[in-house]
Structures are given as structure tokens and as C-alpha cells.
Design a protein around this ligand. Structure first.
Ligand SMILES: NC(=O)c1ccc[n+]([C@@H]2O[C@H](COP(=O)([O-])OP(=O)(O)OC[C@H]3O[C@@H](n4cnc5c(N)ncnc54)[C@H](OP(=O)(O)O)[C@@H]3O)[C@@H](O)[C@H]2O)c1
Length: 275
């Protein structure tokens, strides 16, 4: 019997790569979506050809009840064999310390920070209720997960390379970065907690393709970051039982290339420098 992973925002962009990486490695998939239902359903259909089970589940992550509904459904679908939750869903809304709008700031904090905090709490509680040494779950009779259970948060190189753009988003990811250690300390030995910190992978916000092409090379390796490698790093953390409280930076060294503003806003300057 295979273990299950829940990937939030698992239908598109990085979430999709992560979903595919786990399914190709033999994990059953719960692909969470909010607006991307069609993409989530088609991804679930696609991964069944790898010989795994997959289920798409809806939730609005701004809302605690909706998060709990997702968690409960995921536990039932997986027959309590949820061995990993990957917190990839996020909101990325431009704002600044001097102009942030209260409602949008709270939305971002809810999705990027509160949802991962809640899923951690609930998965930990459910691990405490397991009779792991018997090989059987005491309440359901289902066998226990093969993999050491874990959570993987998706951060952003911005956390290690600060600039004032995308203020609330950055604050949410800074807190999530600190939470890796705090949750790992609180949840051991029942549940491991790790993170992957990517650099710029996809165009976001107002970024056009020309801007993205230049910005995605602005790292120590001078080439774009491969999302498949980011996804493989998430899978590695989920499958290595000896790692907890750890963040892997998968960003071609972008966190060591400081910029005074978000990379998308300094592309013109980079073009000038390259002339
Ligand atoms: N993109 C990059 O270059 C980059 C760089 C560094 C770090 N990251 C991090 O990597 C992760 C994935 O990035 P991404 O660019 O692939 O993500 P994204 O496209 O910005 O968002 C991923 C998904 O999050 C879901 N989502 C957003 N708000 C939600 C809400 N209120 N409730 C439920 N779901 C919600 C959406 O699902 P639906 O489509 O189903 O609505 C969306 O597709 C994020 O944590 C991001 O911070 C990304």
C-alpha cells in the first residue's frame, strides 16, 4: 500500500511539478485546488498512468473551516495514510510597508502562513493518535505510512535576500522560514518539518516574458532555475527520514545576489550593466 501526499496549489506551476514528482516516485496524490479544478482533475487522470491513485480536492485556504474540511477529506481519501503535506499554494500581491491594504495583507498571511500552521497542527495531532509500533492504526486498522511523516513548506529566496517589495508576502515567508525550526522542535519525533526555498522560477505579477527572461538568469549560475529540480528536492526531504528542521535553497545561488528591489523591478538596470 502506497503513502499519500497532499500538495496545496498542486494543479499548476510549481505545485504541478511537485505533484508529478511524488506520483512518479509511487506516492498517491491529493491535489488541492481553488480555481484550477480542470487542471487538477486532468493532472489526477494523468498520474494514474504511473500506477498511483489520485484525487483532486477543493479548498479556500484563507478560511480555517475550509482548511479543516480539506484536511479531513484528505485523511479519509488516504485511509489515514497521509505521510506528507507540501504547502505550495500562496498569494503574491504587490504591496509595501507604507501602503499595504489591511484585507489583502490578511489574505496573504492566511494562505501563506496560517494554512501551513494549521496543517502542521492537525497532521501532528493525527500522528499522536497512531499506534505506530504495532504496524496498525489503532482507530482505523489501516497500516501505518511507509515514509516517516513530514511537512514541507515552500519558501522563497527573498527570505535570505531582503528588499522592501512584496512586503506582506515577504513577511509571511519570513515567518514560515522560522516556523520550520519551531514546528520541527514541537513535532519531533512524530512528524518532521522541512522547507525548500526556490528562486525565481515563473513569471509573476506584472512581469512580462522579456523581463522574466533577464531576471531568471540573474543568479550565480547565470541560467534559469529548473522547477523539476525544486520538486525533486521536496521529494528528497519527504523521503529522507533523517532530516528535520532543515531548509534547502534551490535557487542557483540567487539568494547571494542582492538587489535593492524585487528582481523584476531592476531588469532595466541589469540590461544597462550588460551593455
Ligand atoms: N513562482 C516563482 O517564481 C516562485 C519563486 C520563489 C518561491 N515561490 C514559491 O513557490 C510556491 C509556488 O509558486 P507558484 O508561482 O507556482 O504559485 P502560484 O502560481 O502563485 O500559486 C499557486 C497556487 O496557490 C493557490 N492559491 C492561491 N490562493 C489561494 C487560496 N486563497 N486558497 C486556495 N488556494 C490558493 C492557487 O490554486 P488555484 O490555481 O487552484 O486557484 C494557485 O494556483 C509558492 O509558495 C511561492 O511562494 C515561487
Amino acid at each position: 500500500m502506497s503513502d499519500w501526499v497532499l500538495v496545496t496549489g498542486g494543479a499548476t506551476r510549481l505545485g504541478r511539478e511537485i505533484s508529478l514528482a511524488f506520483a512518479k516516485a509511487g506516492w498517491n496524490l491529493i491535489c488541492h485546488y481553488r480555481n484550477s479544478e480542470e487542471k487538477a482533475q486532468s493532472l489526477c487522470q494523468e498520474v494514474t498512468s504511473f500506477g498511483v491513485f489520485a484525487q483532486a480536492l477543493y479548498a479556500e485556504l484563507e478560511n480555517e473551516d475550509s482548511c479543516l474540511g480539506l484536511y479531513k477529506q484528505a485523511s479519509e481519501v488516504s485511509n489515514h495514510r497521509l505521510a506528507c503535506i507540501v504547502n505550495s499554494a500562496s498569494l503574491f500581491i504587490p504591496d509595501n510597508a507604507h501602503d499595504f491594504e489591511e484585507h489583502q495583507a490578511l489574505q496573504q498571511l492566511s494562505v501563506n502562513l496560517m494554512a501551513p500552521m494549521r496543517f502542521g497542527k492537525w497532521l501532528y495531532e493525527s500522528r499522536l493518535n497512531k499506534a505506530t509500533n504495532s504496524g496498525l492504526d489503532a482507530t482505523t486498522g489501516s497500516s501505518v505510512p511507509k515514509h516517516s511523516p513530514s511537512i514541507v513548506h515552500i519558501l522563497d529566496q527573498k527570505v535570505f535576500n531582503l528588499n522592501p517589495d512584496y512586503f506582506t508576502y515577504t513577511v509571511s515567508k519570513l515567518a514560515l522560514e522560522r516556523i520550520v525550526s519551531l514546528q520541527a522542535q514541537s513535532f519531533g519525533p512524530s512528524l518532521r518539518v522541512n522547507a525548500v526555498s526556490p528562486g525565481l522560477i515563473y513569471p509573476s505579477g506584472p512581469q512580462d516574458l522579456e523581463n522574466f527572461k533577464i531576471a531568471s538568469n540573474a543568479n550565480l549560475m547565470g541560467i534559469p532555475i529548473d522547477p523539476k529540480q525544486v520538486a525533486q528536492s521536496v521529494l528528497f526531504l519527504a523521503q529522507n527520514p533523517c532530516i528535520t528542521g532543515t531548509t534547502i535553497k534551490v535557487d542557483n545561488g540567487q539568494h547571494l545576489v542582492p538587489t535593492p528591489r524585487d528582481i523584476m523591478f531592476v531588469v532595466d538596470q541589469l540590461k544597462q550593466n550588460n551593455k
